[in-house]
Design a protein around this ligand. Structure first.
Ligand SMILES: Nc1ncnc2c1ncn2[C@@H]1O[C@H](COP(=O)(O)OP(=O)(O)O)[C@@H](O)[C@H]1O
Ligand SMILES: [Mg+2]
Length: 295
């Protein structure tokens, strides 16, 4: 049973976070950051630095390598803590709550903002779809420096934040992005359930949801120039008053990228089949594609 990230965060003192930050910085130069590098950059006695390193190691935020010299690397949880601590310092969130779903590569938490709003924090792991060339390397993970995995996760975070901001600007029904730091994206909490779990919809309600989805796809395509690329009944949240939001955008592709048309067709087919199967709504894929593409 993994310990809660917030509980771990609360155990840390400023010096511990500082040590994590120094190790993160050192990873741009070293695969394992030497002890001397850390000691040189921290104004504290070697005893205190070593005590902090022991503690971080025990909490599994760093990993120690002992060879002819001693070095340290950051774990994903260590990176989570760094993002978390930056988001708290920036007063984006004041408390991290429970996870709301362990995704394939992201870990998603509920959190509270200083104003008392519920928000969602998504910590990305390495990418998928759009980073498949890197994914293929996964079996060689031991040979890939940790910093490249972190770099990809950070890029995915930035991608998700920026595309949500662009979509929201154009009036799409997607979660409002609030902030991002490193590989972590903070977004508005949508009080709803995934489309696949919604029960007892009337045909009218199902049609309304389908229309919301098509409208968002059309805004994405025509005004932002992107295709979702992983649309399904798992990535649509439906609120109590039957508003449908499309979530989970980091694998989007630009509409002029190779393969974009196939992905759009796939997205539309997926969603059309869902409504056909579950609600017996007859949908014309060509019609939907026309609405999404416009003109
Ligand atoms: N903004 C949000 N508001 C409410 N719930 C969310 C939000 N973002 C994600 N979730 C929940 O977390 C789950 C996984 O999120 P998602 O963005 O689809 O990531 P992934 O599929 O990569 O794990 C969703 O199915 C949903 O239950
Ligand atoms: Mg998802």
């Amino acid at each position: 049973m993994p310990r809660r990230l917030w509980d771990i965060y609360l155990k840390l003192e400023p010096l511990d976070v500082k040590v994590l930050r120094v190790i993160e910085k050192g990873l741009s130069k070293y695969e394992f950051v030497p002890l001397e590098y850390i000691e040189r950059r921290i104004r504290a006695s070697p005893t205190r630095v070593n005590r902090s390193l022991d503690k971080l190691n025990e909490l599994k935020l760093i990993r120690r390598y002992v060879g002819h010299t001693t070095g340290y690397t950051l774990t994903y949880m260590g990176l989570d803590i760094l993002a978390l601590s930056a988001l708290v310092a920036r007063e984006v969130i004041s408390r991290l709550g429970d996870t709301i779903g362990v995704g394939k590569e992201g870990r998603i938490y509920l959190a509270e903002s200083p104003a008392g709003d519920l928000v969602v924090v998504k910590f990305h792991r390495e990418g998928r779809r759009s980073f498949q060339h890197i994914r293929k390397l996964r079996s060689y993970a031991m040979q890939v420096p940790r910093k490249s995995w972190f770099r990809v996760a950070k890029l995915v975070g930035e991608r998700e934040f920026k595309v949500l901001a662009a979509l929201k600007d154009e009036g799409a029904k997607v979660p409002n992005p609030i902030a991002w730091n490193r590989h972590a994206v903070v977004q508005e909490f949508i009080p709803g359930v995934e489309l696949y779990r919604v029960r007892d919809l009337s045909v009218d309600e199902a049609e309304k949801i389908l229309n919301d989805i098509i409208d968002t796809l059309a805004i994405a395509y025509q005004r932002v120039g992107v295709v979702h690329g992983d649309l399904s009944e798992y990535n649509v949240l439906v609120t109590e008053d039957i508003e449908a939001y499309i979530i989970d955008w980091p694998q989007f592709v630009y509409k002029d990228e190779p393969g974009a048309d196939e992905l759009l067709l796939r997205d539309v087919r997926y969603i059309a089949n869902f409504f056909k199967r579950k609600y017996r709504i007859q949908v014309d894929i060509g019609e939907i594609l026309k609405r999404v593409r416009g003109g």
